[in-house]
Design a protein around this ligand. Structure first.
Ligand code: ADP
Length: 486
């Protein structure tokens, strides 16, 4: 057993891998720095091929017994796992904040409870998939959701705990065993997840965590010959690399990637609600793949609406994410800060005009001002590429054809938001925008029963409800001739 424990926000956290129910250390370590105050949080075990092999082997060995439990046998264990998450919600929220800079209040009240729900919900949903059959003239087709085996789950830093449970929930509920590769910029809550799973009675080897750098630990896992599923959330460029590994072994892969989502405000909308929701796109410092970053406003209300957004954005206080009044915390890492600042500088050079913001906040090194660019030509980089920071663009439109074509004018298709009081108009526009999710007069509502995923470069596959089990199962049809049994 390793003794590599750090204390972050008063919580003891192992910095080592979790393989076959045991902590395993690596000689190589990587530094984990807090974006909140630049403090050095931990030196974390950096895995590679050796650790990936050990974890996949542990997961493979644990698979038959976990699969054999069936959904009913797994349910009480997974419910305890969810309860364990809730019981440690305040610790998880505080650690996540120190590790990735997200707002502690949001973590405590929304993100961590949601993570527990991810485990609970899919454990229950798995029960609904049993006993499904389709009657044909000559045969009865019994549809079985067989567990697929070992699933590798690779997650990003913007909501590591929550996004990992979004994969762990359905993967385990479907009877798979998993190897998690947490993000190297914010690995700590996934280490706590392993402790919580163990305490809940998740058998050794069913949930493994291999820490490390993407190009090393992640690469070793996705190239492992004995992996049955790869589920990835992160950037489109990394997905293309992982996709090549998956293709070599024909391993099914799901990918939830970036976005550059449109946010459309029609003249007949509830402008106050719409303005509040536009300002909310700055939350988490814009490090949200679903954020509606391209604001598109109907010309006749443009000036009036801009003033409302200006007022609402003034409440987006930049500051320490542990403080209750803060709405915009830091960017995760200095490399990411430079990336965001680079987009902003190039946008200015391209002739886009920052109506507010446009640079580093006085609050601290990694803190960026909420920024709005006007006069953006739709072909500019700032209109086309995902910034993943508190940076919005502003365009106006005169009619619905124009806004549909503006909305669809990127390579992404993750989500979109639209405000209008006209049902016909809203549904007409919404049905023409290419995206996995369109929110009308709301934002960020995500029932776990509904399909979720991205079109075009925003991903492949859908998760949620039975769609998750379509991915994490080997679906089998046992086709039995009627009247053929003695
Ligand atoms: P982001 O831009 O959000 O940091 P990345 O796509 O770089 O997104 O990273 C998301 C996750 O993918 C992280 O856990 C990272 O370690 C992992 N990762 C990065 N490169 C690879 C790779 N070549 N193979 C497997 N995983 C990778």
């Amino acid at each position: 057993m390793s003794t590599n424990i750090v204390k972050v926000a008063g919580v003891d956290i192992s910095t080592d891998h979790f393989i076959g129910g045991k902590r395993v250390a690596s000689a190589n370590r990587f530094a984990d720095i807090s974006p909140v105050d630049g403090s050095h949080l931990a030196d974390v075990s950096a895995g590679g091929k050796v650790e990936a092999n050990a974890a996949v082997e542990a997961a493979r060995n644990a698979f038959p017994a976990w699969a054999a439990l069936g959904p009913k046998g797994r349910l009480p264990i997974l419910k305890k796992f969810a309860e364990g998450i809730l019981a440690r919600a305040s610790e998880l929220a505080a650690v996540e904040t120190m590790d990735n800079g997200s707002l502690v209040a949001g973590n405590l009240h929304r993100v961590i409870p949601r993570a527990a729900h991810n485990i609970d919900f899919f454990a229950e949903w798995a029960l609904t998939l049993e006993g499904h059959s389709i009657d044909s003239p000559e045969v009865v087709n019994h549809i079985k959701y067989d567990p697929s085996g070992v699933a590798v789950l690779i997650t990003p830093w913007n909501a590591p705990f929550m996004l990992t449970t979004w994969k762990v929930g359905p993967a385990l509920a479907a009877g798979n065993t998993v190897v998690i590769k947490p993000p190297e910029w914010a690995p700590l809550t996934c280490s706590l997840m392993a402790d919580i799973a163990k305490a809940a009675g998740v058998p050794d080897g069913v949930l493994n965590v291999v820490q490390g750098i993407g190009e090393e630990a992640g690469d070793a896992l996705v190239n492992h010959h004995d992996v049955d599923r790869i589920s990835f959330t992160g950037s489109t460029d990394t997905a293309k690399i992982i996709g090549q590994a998956a293709a070599r072994s024909i391993t099914p892969m799901s990918a939830e990637l970036g976005g550059k989502s449109p946010f459309i405000i029609c003249a007949d909308a509830d402008l106050d609600a719409a303005a509040q929701t536009v300002a909310a796109q700055y939350m988490n410092a814009g490090q949200v793949c679903l954020a509606g970053t391209r604001i598109m406003v109907e010309k006749k209300i443009e000036e009036q609406f801009l003033e409302k957004v200006r007022d609402a954005s003034a409440h987006m206080v930049v500051g320490d994410p542990r403080e209750k009044d803060t709405r915009v915390g830091p960017l995760i890492h200095k490399d990411h800060f430079e990336r965001v600042a680079g987009f902003v500088e190039r946008a200015k050079a391209d002739g886009a005009v920052p109506l507010w913001g446009g640079g580093r906040s006085n609050f601290g090194d990694l803190y960026f001002e909420p920024t709005l660019f006007a006069d953006v030509n739709p072909s500019l980089e700032i209109s086309q590429r995902e910034v993943f920071g508190p940076v919005l663009t502003w365009q106006s439109f005169r009619n619905d054809d124009e806004v549909v074509s503006l909305a669809n004018n990127t390579k992404y298709g993750l989500a979109g938001t639209l405000f209008s009081r006209s049902e016909k108009r809203a549904m007409d526009i919404a049905s023409q925008v290419t995206a996995g999710t369109l929110w009308v007069n709301c934002f960020f509502v995500r029932d776990l029963a509904v399909p979720f995923g991205g079109a075009k470069d925003s991903g492949m596959g859908r998760e949620g409800g039975s769609w998750s089990f379509d991915f994490y199962s080997d679906i089998k049809n046992i086709s039995v001739r009627k009247g053929s049994f003695a």
